[in-house]
Design a protein around this ligand. Structure first.
Ligand code: FAD
Length: 359
């Protein structure tokens, strides 16, 4: 009570690929930044989660960065080189994008809690308080690293790190590293770390390698699988987890070097390593969990209707609309969790929310 709230019609939370795409479409529909819509982001600079990714992730090792609407990534960045760091190139692109289209982003502002008061959402943040009629949430997953629970984790005297903490392979020199996970990040980090030190690779299931290039058909099928799940209110799988791993020259080289030897998941963590079901133990200095991310949605807990599964029933074009609360749209959740998906979802969410609010 007594808080002065800056009033707007739509609050876009997060200025990554998804949030910027939504902002672009709102602006194109004639809405003004400020009284009509605001974009809030907790990061200090443009770039979404890309600004936090490790230095060795280059434009040749990412899958593909899709253009934001209305501005070509390749033409804007125009280096022609593939060894450019993604954590430099993408933030630069986003920065130029925000300027070109006059998309004012209020940063760094972290949204802490969204609650409903009558017809309006109250948005409490690390600084100013806001109120809005509708929410487009595009907060990604980077802030929510996931590490599964294993007995003994608290006993381990080495270091437990997550993909999110990885900066440089050199950090691991001289240490024995257990690398957990079967996704793209796990494989890429295993490749780099195994070149400077000894590694053991463990995964819950064997990784699924995909022969041949990743074509549009495979992409559409992956998106359709996740789309179907969220419309039923099931927890989405990450799009990447259903696309399989491409067999790259790096992977062939890892096979040759013998580092792609996979062990099943261990049963427990000990003081100085891990122990498997059959009693075999291994010492380790670091356990590096490449076990993915969850959706960063906790600030929406008071207003987001969840199913028993923990999922949210989604509807609308590209499944961005929360069925039981259509004044909230979620981007980058489920089928739109990729740069191309986030892009399209921005357009769908802007149109649908404007229609729902009748503004
Ligand atoms: P983000 O880029 O994560 O943006 C979310 C924004 O929300 C951030 O700026 C953050 O600061 C802000 N935020 C979060 N919480 C709050 C809060 N409470 N208050 C205010 N602001 C908040 N996809 C591809 O299509 N091609 C690739 O090659 C590719 N490579 C990848 C490589 C790695 C290592 C990883 C981890 C992912 C990769 N992806 C790739 C996935 C892709 O990065 C994401 O799907 C896409 O960028 C998501 O965009 P987004 O806008 O949803 O989220």
């Amino acid at each position: 009570a007594g808080t002065v709230r800056y009033k707007t019609k739509i609050a876009v939370i997060g200025a990554g690929q998804a949030g910027l795409s939504a902002a672009y479409h709102l602006k194109k529909m004639g809405f003004r930044t400020g009284p009509d819509f605001i974009v809030l982001d907790e990061a200090p600079r443009p770039g979404g989660a890309w600004q936090s990714r490790w230095d060795s992730l280059t434009l040749s090792t990412v899958n593909r960065i899709h253009d934001l609407p209305g501005m070509s990534f390749e033409e804007t960045i125009a280096t022609g080189e593939t060894e450019v760091r993604a954590n430099v190139a993408v933030p630069h692109y986003f920065d130029l994008y925000e300027k070109k289209f006059g998309l004012q982003v209020y940063r760094p502002i972290k949204v802490e809690k969204v609650s409903l008061h009558g017809e309006r959402f109250y948005i409490d943040t690390s600084s100013t308080a806001f109120s809005a009629q509708g929410i487009i949430n595009a907060t990604g997953t980077w802030e929510s690293p996931y590490i599964p629970e294993y007995p003994g984790a608290e006993l381990f005297q080495g270091e437990q790190l997550h993909t999110r903490n990885f900066r440089k392979a050199d950090y691991f020199k001289g240490k024995h590293v257990i690398i957990v996970g079967a996704g793209i990040s796990a494989i890429q980090l295993l490749d780099q770390i195994s070149k400077v030190t000894s590694t053991t690779w463990v995964t819950r299931r064997p990784p699924e390698f995909r022969e041949g290039p990743f074509d549009d058909m495979a992409g559409r099928m992956a998106v359709a699988t996740v789309d179907k799940r969220v419309r039923q209110g099931l927890l989405p799988l990450s799009v990447v987890s259903v696309t399989g791993l491409p067999v790259t020259p790096e992977i062939k080289d890892m096979e040759k070097r013998g580092v792609l030897k996979r062990f099943p998941m261990f049963r427990e963590i000990t003081k100085d390593g891990v122990k498997w079901e059959d009693g075999k133990e291994e010492k380790a200095d670091v356990i590096l969990w490449n076990t993915g991310f969850r959706w960063s949605l906790s600030h929406l807990d008071p207003v987001l209707p969840r199913e028993e599964t923990g999922g949210i029933i989604m509807s609308g074009r590209l499944a961005t609309e929360v069925s039981k609360e259509p004044k909230i749209h979620l981007l980058g959740y489920g089928p739109s969790a990729s740069t191309i998906g986030a892009n399209r979802a921005g357009s769908a969410a802007a149109r649908e929310l404007v229609k729902t609010l009748g503004i």
